[in-house]
Design a protein around this ligand. Sequence first.
Ligand SMILES: [Mg+2]
Length: 414
Amino acid sequence: MLAIILSSVALLIGLIALTIGVTTTRHIGLRDPVAVPHMWRKILRIKSRPSNELARSSDSPARRERIAFIANPTKDGVGELREISMRACSVRYMPEPLWYFTTADDPGKGQAQAAIDAGADVVVAVGGDGTVRAVAATLAGSGVKMGILPMGTGNLFARNVGLPLGDTPALMRTILEGEETAIDVVWLDVERAHRGHMERDRHICLVIAGAGFDAQMVAGTDDKLKRKLGWFAYFLSAFQHIGEKRMEASVSVDDSPAVTSQMRTVLVANVGSLPGGIRLIPDASVTDGSLDVATLDARAGVVGWTDLFGTVMAQGAGLKQPDALKAWRTSRIDHVRGKSVDIHMKHPQKVQVDGEPLGRATAIRAEVSPGALIMRVPVNEPKPKRSNKDGAADALDVAPADADAGDGAKGTEA
Ligand SMILES: [Mg+2]
């Protein structure tokens, strides 16, 4: 009898967990085209946004710019993208695009400088967050426009500026015909002890940097798992660090008196969205000229962590917790906005920037550089579509919306 009751309860708990898992995955999949792997999208019947909504109308002025692409040659499909870019520029009567390839020694900074020196008007990063950051580091403050053809698993930045991920024709149109927006970047100076003296190195941060649990989680999530499980991989990785000690750090925003406290992690954000459409800092923006600092704390073991995870998910869904409940909480998120922040950690902590582990450090200074990056972004308001282009876009559909049929056809033939 007891066995029957116990197995019924176990079955019920299993069903509830499955329902929550499916609902959350569907919710995330609808908001974010690449957070949920393709196989799971099929099984759970998650539909993507229609790709044609980003097509340009026929009144877009023709541009005659020189485009340069900086590509990570290890990513699949780079050769095909190169051909698509040639055709896309050719049918617009634009100069032939320049292509540069990253190396293990130079992930994109030098190539971006070479592209600027060669007279490029737009420099496009083709690859994952690593290539995007390297190219952005050179372009920030230069006045040369930046485009992105995202190819990695994370694509945190591309997602945060609203690029149509996974839709090559729409991405190519954005690069060639998109609008321009001045985007903030954050510069991070990371300080660590090395052989008895202090060392400082500088990194660009486009999305989010963090010390403590956040960095451990990023460092502990392996790429294979990320590809298979999407956002859930981060959650699994987080689970492995549940038993670890909290960190002590002092935080000073805009040179105000430092506040010292215990925490799980301290985050410096240029944007608010994390993988899977989770919003840590709901109203953070890449165009407000400010950076956001958040400290996250969780006490009481699994209870605190579950509470923290729930809070983050609820924020993402736009829910606010009632004040009356706050006293009972086992987790806490404190948030400040400013132009710069100084973080000093009592013990060296693991640090990450935009998902790249930087090793352990004792101090971080972060400063925002407002509007430093001129980004090509999709045109905001969807305009009337061309009647002869209403079919599903395929990978070769990169012709400008205003090309006349005769000229367009020869360029889009494979
Ligand atoms: Mg901001």
